[in-house]
Design a protein around this ligand. Sequence first.
Ligand SMILES: Cc1ncc(COP(=O)(O)O)c(C=O)c1O
Length: 481
Amino acid sequence: LGYDRQVELFLDPDDARSQKVQLYEQLRSAIVEGRLTPGDRLTPSRIVAADLRISRATVTEAYGRLGAEGYIEGRSGGGSRVSAAPRQVRPRSRVAALQPTRRAAGIEPYALDPTAEVAFDFRPGHLDPGLFPVAAWRRCVVRTLNRPPGSYDDPRGTPELRAALASWVARSRGVAAMPEDTVVTSGAGQAIDLVARVVADPGATVAVEEPGYPPVLSLLRSQGLRVVGVPVDDHGIVVEAIPPRARLVYVTPSHQYPLGMVMGRRRRLELLQWAARSGAAIVEDDYDSEFRHTARPLEPLQLLDRDGRVIYVGTFSKSLSAGLRVGFLVAPRTLLPALCAVRQAVDWCPPPATQRALTHFIVDGYLDQHLRRTRRSYAKRHRLMREALDHYLPTGYRRLPAEAGLHVTATGPADPADPDLAATLRQHGLLMSSLRRTYAFSPPAAGLLLGYAGLPTTAVVPAVRALGSALAGSDHPGGAP
Ligand SMILES: Cc1ncc(COP(=O)(O)O)c(C=O)c1O
């Protein structure tokens, strides 16, 4: 790495061992446990002696013993270095006194580890790195570099970014947003986390869509909330099935995750009326609304809301990059003081430098430009994906309609006893999410979530062809097309 690892040395005046032995044993442990590796230079004895306020002879004697035993070797002019002799590294065994709570241990990790040979990556949530506007983003980042990163700042985010976001989301989505009601967050995930902390106490009941987005279920459960899954039909969440005592309902109205339908206007109004009667909050996750291919956009719940019950959540994870970790929420004014105080307690504020770069990116028109370009590209991939699925999916599988977003869901095969298909397909180098994993409260349907944003346009048809062959060849009912 171009620098030498150093270990901090300690001397304990109450230790019965001599100072020399203490130094020798600490350094030997560091070498044996791999904290110091061959070639690392030891701190010169003169400096160690000065730092620890001991005689230099004590240090040179400790070094001498390490040298005599072959742990280190002296080099002319280069001081002592850890010797290159092969040595069995024995990492210090980790004693496991602490265990997570049952609740924390029950949270399932979500990430899919890519296998070594990935032929085609259909994972929803993955974008084509080739479409990221590297030059424009670099220009925006460079403009932030001529000043220090900043200090503890406004927990809602900088006023400039909040103003840019409020005006952008009002213009592009019709959300009734003012800068003072807008909070910049670390992705949609943190926005949902903050809202839940502010409107529901541990033990309270909250409702999510079933099937739904697993990370949100995990985060609500990790807060000690009682999460209830509410079925969805062709129009979205089934309002009469929401428990009357639910304090919060999490929904994805513009593109239900994972099934893809759009919540109809009548259903939106019904949900708002239910929330008014029961006093609950509604979290509207508009995670991929920037991409709609056939449907005309419907008014967000947040705009239809007349009495301040809807918290609108947006993210840049699909529209720009998930690695930026930037999202935002627009909340009723009554919640803002508590949202700010909790945000400050958790991690104080969003990183000011990222916020400044993103502000330039929005205000200078790069975001609109990028979205025009990616919308064209993703619309084409969406069309190719639909056509290819209709052609290559074996019988027994069915593509669900998807009018928006960046993935298509296919159900099948019909036999519920089938093993997890996504795991089988991974062995063919095909990465995707499993529909089964999105069910947490009821018997799951088998199927696949096929993202097309991470597949270059020219790869879409070959990828679906490979999927079709893998499905036809696997031991599932249905067979070849
Ligand atoms: C339903 C849903 N909400 C939100 C997100 C994005 O979350 P974040 O902004 O925390 O990356 C995703 C990403 O795949 C999603 O599928």
